[in-house]
Design a binder for this molecule. Structure first.
Ligand SMILES: Cc1cc2nc3c(=O)[nH]c(=O)nc-3n(C[C@H](O)[C@H](O)[C@H](O)COP(=O)(O)OP(=O)(O)OC[C@H]3O[C@@H](n4cnc5c(N)ncnc54)[C@H](O)[C@@H]3O)c2cc1C
Length: 454
């Protein structure tokens, strides 16, 4: 420990090394409930690629584990400390280095906050589409670490589709450059894609080349009310089967609607069992919303209300972004992230309701419905051991149901600590073995984010 601190202090600028347990403790975990966090030895804030290389070289020489961190908004324990580790916060590497309208790329450091990149792109009539609800705080490095999704994935896809190339510091301090900054390129194995979603277990992202799109312009949102989640799930399938590609299709159940109203007095309709938000950007928005409204009505919507204008649309989107924080005010939460084929969405929503009833628990439902990506939020009283046990069992049953329906245990939040045992079930023994072999190639000493993901 003494030697580690001495070397880090000698090699990093003043103010870049913290050891005060109050400070390091505050950085020891992300936003996932029910994940253990170890005691970090030290927290460092490098500002350059060379400083990250220095930290990794030092860690390798002294055999110290390293946990890379962005904004710690993660929901799987992926950024949690392990005992005796270096917490490597990339938040001070937060510059947009280049934004190019001809090549339609941005080159950014990992600590850039998602919404800041979006705003910078918008100022040049461009867009960086991946938009997690946490976009005002989460970082591009964390988005790449988790392979983040968001609200607009139903039309624009997830983070992996926008990462063209990466600069990555490996466990031994070497700098790896992957991918390209060209529109096309297929040279060699696609290490870029491998690194996206690797949860800090293969290397530390220190720079990223990201694809941009022409700015699509504002979205117009429609709110459809249903008297069952099942009917809302069917409406999602009908909209997709009819060939529409909305820019957003999100679902909130009655529990979530009430929680959002309580938190922010949004005036959402509390009598609805499921509120479906559907949006279009681009031309003919009103006509498209009208057609989708008809499909929703045919699927059983009791009320269909298109927003009048951009301001009303933005309010509905804001309500959706508040869903998780609002549910978190109701008790201790465990947030699932099961994605199923869209065609199985109604079965998934029904199954979760059945699990909630059987275990006598409130499970709020928020879903990126257009992607089949559900976030059942199990709410319980952490002071009651019997309730905690029921919550854990429900959380697991939800994942088992997702796999049964042909889905995955994580659509966007990652495995981290929370779903580690479930990875083996989803991948199978051969898949898991190969993943472990890949990890060993990048990080033979197992120092990068040990105990996470695999
Ligand atoms: C209210 C709320 C809403 C959310 N909504 C969404 C949503 O809609 N969609 C979604 O996908 N997620 C969502 N999330 C989860 C979270 O915001 C995302 O997982 C996000 O990508 C994490 O970014 P971060 O900067 O906070 O990373 P962190 O939590 O700090 O880290 C996440 C993972 O990435 C690794 N990592 C971080 N930086 C680097 C780096 N530079 N190099 C290598 N590895 C790195 C970490 O080790 C960790 O494994 C939400 C979270 C909250 C709290």
């Amino acid at each position: 420990m003494g030697e580690l601190l001495e070397r880090l202090r000698a090699g990093l600028p003043d103010g870049a090394v913290a050891v005060d347990p109050d400070v390091t403790g505050a950085y020891a975990r992300d936003m996932a409930g029910f994940c253990d966090a170890g005691e970090p030895a030290v927290l460092v804030f490098p500002e350059t690629v060379e400083q990250v290389q220095f930290v990794m070289r030092t860690a390798t020489e002294l055999r110290v584990p390293v946990v890379p961190q962005g904004a710690r908004t993660g929901l799987s324990g992926g950024a949690n400390a392990v005992d005796g580790c270096i917490l490597l916060s990339l938040t001070r590497m937060n510059r947009i280095l280049h934004l190019d309208p001809v090549d339609r790329i941005a080159i950014v450091q990992p600590g850039v906050v998602n919404a800041e990149l979006s705003r910078a792109a918008e100022a040049r009539q461009l867009a960086y589409p991946p938009d997690p609800s946490s976009w005002e705080s989460c970082t591009i490095g964390g988005n790449i670490g988790t392979g983040a999704g968001g609200l607009c994935c139903v039309k624009y896809g997830v983070t992996s589709e926008y990462v063209l190339g990466l600069d990555v510091v490996l466990a031994d301090g070497r700098l790896l450059r992957t991918g390209r900054r060209t529109a096309k390129g297929v040279a060699g194995y696609d290490l870029t894609r491998l690194l996206v979603g690797s949860e800090g277990t293969l290397g530390v992202v220190v720079e990223a080349v990201l694809a941009l799109r022409p700015a699509p312009g504002p979205q117009l949102v429609l709110a459809a009310e249903f008297d069952s989640v099942d009917a809302a799930g069917r409406a999602v399938c009908d909209v997709m089967a009819a060939g529409f590609t909305p820019s957003l299709m999100e679902l909130m159940d009655a529990t979530t609607v009430r929680a959002v109203n309580e938190m922010a007095q949004m005036g959402l309709p509390e009598s609805t069992r499921a509120l479906l938000l559907v949006a279009f950007d681009g031309p003919d928005q009103r006509e498209l919303l009208a057609a989708v409204g008809e499909l929703c009505t045919a699927a059983g919507a009791t009320e269909v209300v298109p927003a009048e204008d951009r301001a009303e649309s933005e309010l509905l989107l804001q309500a959706r972004r508040l869903a998780l924080p609002a549910l978190e005010r109701m008790g201790t939460t465990m947030i699932d992230d099961v994605a199923v084929p869209r065609s199985a969405l109604a079965a998934m929503l029904n199954g979760v309701a059945e699990i909630a009833e059987r275990h006598r628990l409130t499970i709020g439902m928020v879903a990126h419905a257009g992607d089949g990506n559900t976030h059942p939020v199990v709410i319980f009283d952490a002071r009651d051991p019997e309730q905690v046990e029921r919550a854990r069992v429900s959380f697991d049953e939800i994942m088992a149901l997702g796999l049964e329906l042909g889905g995955t245990v994580t659509g966007e939040h990652g495995i981290g600590l929370l779903k580690r045992e479930w990875l083996a079930r989803e991948l199978g023994s051969v898949g898991l073995e190969l993943q472990r072999q890949i990890k060993a190639v990048f990080d033979p000493l197992g120092l990068l984010n040990p105990g996470k993901m695999i």
